[in-house]
Design a protein around this ligand. Structure first.
Ligand SMILES: [Zn+2]
Length: 60
C-alpha cells in the first residue's frame, strides 16, 4: 500500500488524509478530495459512510 490516495469519485490524486480519534477510542482516517470535494472516512482499510460514523454510539 502506498500513501497516495485516489478519489473514488473523480479519480484525482489530490486527496488529503487526516487521522482522527473517535470518542469511543477508535481511529479513523478522514479523507477529502480537493477536486470534487468528496469526503469519506477510512477505518482499518475499509471505507465508512458518513452516516455509519454518526451511528457510532457514544459511551460515557
Ligand atoms: Zn474527487
Amino acid at each position: 500500500m502506498t500513501s497516495t490516495l485516489t478519489c473514488k469519485t473523480c479519480g484525482a490524486n489530490s486527496v488529503i488524509q487526516i487521522q482522527l480519534t473517535l470518542p469511543d477510542g477508535g481511529e479513523v482516517d478522514f479523507c477529502s478530495c480537493h477536486v470534487c470535494e468528496s469526503r469519506w472516512y477510512n477505518r482499518d482499510g475499509e471505507v465508512l459512510d458518513l452516516d455509519a460514523l454518526v451511528d457510532v454510539p457514544k459511551k460515557a
